[in-house]
Design a binder for this molecule. Structure first.
Ligand code: BES
Ligand code: ZN
Ligand code: ZN
Length: 498
């Protein structure tokens, strides 16, 4: 999608008119340059109450000699915050048909620059399809890129243009995350992810990608990553991203679970819907997408990231329930269920993060079904060893309408995960209750202290369980189906707003 901004009243293609509930005729600001027949048709619709302008509703006016239009609801004026504008923009793209054409002109009446920016953001985000695996229908002509023009007042042009430029860059990060997640697991395996990151980095002078391959992971003692990945012919690896690495000082560190397919391993999952486990690399996709959002918008701060890539397969080389493995931290884990594999790869990723002396660490993982039971598809589970930090992330999520809900990190759960008879930790809780919390408590055992000092304080850390929000989130207005790319925008907001 191309979005441009300009003052002036000419209308290219279909006119997009965002309206508040209760609008019963066009306002002067809408009418300039509008053909009288289109104007009267729209006024008729509004007067008759046939379009109520409820949020996320649209009405198309086609076949009128004065041109084409799409009315789009913003809901009640008093409730119309930037989230409403973003949703309305997304609704336009979701409901756009071939008949509307690819040229659109959006005209607002008295909207702020932020509101118009959010509307464009919604359009940009929703303009996504994953059709690389479909043959092009011979009869079907491929539609070109959507070309949107936003009309604004003189003097708003440059600020609105720069806001939209940022939204477009961030949307490219969200779309990258979605592409990675949607890619089938025969093509998206650990080394394919690493290769893509390597190729991607070439376009930026200020990005460095380092790949720790299987042999290097074994040598380094990354026992968690190795144990999960060794059952697959597609060997595991770790990918390290560094943005603006020459900048001095501490930087955020993002860590992602990247299980490119989770069969459960020897603790095999049931067959129904197992295909969905291709999304089990959603955490690594969030991390990669965030790096793209930051790099493409020219962010000048330092940011680091680690993704832990493996395919969890049953085979004669696979780990067994009962195995005890030694992780990079030196701590051992009794593996009681090979399907609780995300925490094993993350144990090495979190520990490795300490080498960067990070300001804070945030991990993203499609970690537990229990989190989906707790929060459905509506919110990500959010745990932290630092209450203020947790609040900051919760607020960053609210600012971009990506909910992350505070969850408890209780000592009792830590005790439950450290009471193995034969190892330092166990990868399974004692019972089936509180499974998302026991998983978080397990991860906490692998959060490093500053400079790995014995008895030092842990680095501020947060864990985000995106099992319910990375896909299957039907109420996410920015997404039609498939991977959602959740939290690229949250992270962009958190990192760039200090
Ligand atoms: N990848 C799954 C978690 C998951 C389940 C994500 C459903 C999305 C939807 C994870 O590796 C897993 O299998 N976790 C187990 C943990 C259990 C064995 C302690 C689970 O949630 O059942
Ligand atoms: Zn699993
Ligand atoms: Zn998993």
């Amino acid at each position: 999608m191309k979005v441009s901004v300009s003052p002036g009243h000419n209308i290219n293609g279909t006119l997009i008119l965002p309206l508040f509930e209760g609008t019963d005729s066009l306002l002067a600001a809408h009418e300039e340059g509008l053909h009288t027949s289109l104007k009267s048709q729209i006024n008729r619709v509004l007067q008759d109450g046939d379009f109520k302008a409820k949020l996320k509703s649209t009405m198309s006016i086609l076949g009128c000699e004065g041109g084409k239009a799409m009315l789009v609801g913003l809901g009640k004026e008093a409730d119309a915050d930037i989230h409403a504008y973003r949703k309305a923009g997304a609704t336009v793209i979701a409901n756009r048909k071939k008949a509307h054409g690819t040229e659109l002109t959006a005209r607002f009446s008295d909207a702020s620059i932020e509101a118009m920016g959010a509307f464009a953001e919604g359009m940009l985000l929703r303009d996504y399809s994953f059709d690389h695996y479909k043959q092009q229908d011979e009869d079907e002509e491929k539609e070109g890129e959507i070309d949107v023009r936003i009309t604004c007042d003189e003097g708003q042009e440059s600020d609105l243009t720069s806001i939209i430029h940022i939204h477009a860059g961030v949307a490219s990060g969200v779309h990258l995350s979605r592409d990675l997640g949607n890619r089938p697991p025969n093509d998206m395996y650990p080394e394919a992810f690493a290769d893509q990151a390597w190729e991607w980095a070439k376009q930026y002078d200020n990005v460095k990608v380092t790949i720790i391959n299987y042999a290097q992971a074994v040598k380094a003692g990354m026992g968690g990553l190795v144990a999960v990945g060794m059952g697959s012919a597609r060997k595991p690896c770790m990918v390290i991203f560094e943005l603006n690495k020459d900048k001095k000082g501490r930087a955020p560190m993002l860590v992602g679970k990247g299980i490119t397919f989770d069969t459960g391993g020897i603790s095999l999952k049931p067959g129904a819907n197992m295909d969905e486990m291709k999304y089990d690399m959603g955490g690594s996709a969030t991390v990669f997408g965030t790096m793209q959002a930051l790099a493409s918008t020219g962010f000048t701060g330092k940011v680091n990231a680690i993704t832990c890539m493996a395919e969890n397969m049953p085979s004669s080389n696979a780990q067994r329930p009962g195995d005890v493995i030694k992780t990079l931290s030196g701590k051992t884990i009794e593996v009681l269920n090979t399907d609780a594999e995300g925490r094993l790869v993350l144990s090495d990723g979190l520990w490795k993060a300490g080498e960067f002396d990070p300001e804070y660490i945030i991990d993203f993982a499609t970690l537990t079904g229990a989190c989906v039971v707790a929060l459905g598809h509506e919110a990500t589970g959010l745990w932290s060893n630092d209450d203020d930090f947790r609040t900051r992330i919760h607020e960053a999520g609210n600012a971009v309408d990506e909910l992350a809900w505070p969850m408890p990190l209780l000592p009792a759960f830590e005790k439950e995960m450290t009471n193995s008879k034969i190892a330092d930790t166990r990868n399974l809780g004692a019972g089936r209750y509180g499974g998302a919390n026991t998983a978080a408590a397990f991860l906490k055992q692998f959060v490093p202290t500053r400079n790995y000092e014995k008895d030092g304080e842990q680095i501020p850390w947060a864990h985000m369980d995106i099992a319910g929000t990375y896909w299957g989130a039907k109420t996410n207005s920015m997404v039609g189906h498939g991977a959602t790319g959740i939290h690229v925008r949250t992270m962009y907001h958190l990192i760039t707003n200090g």
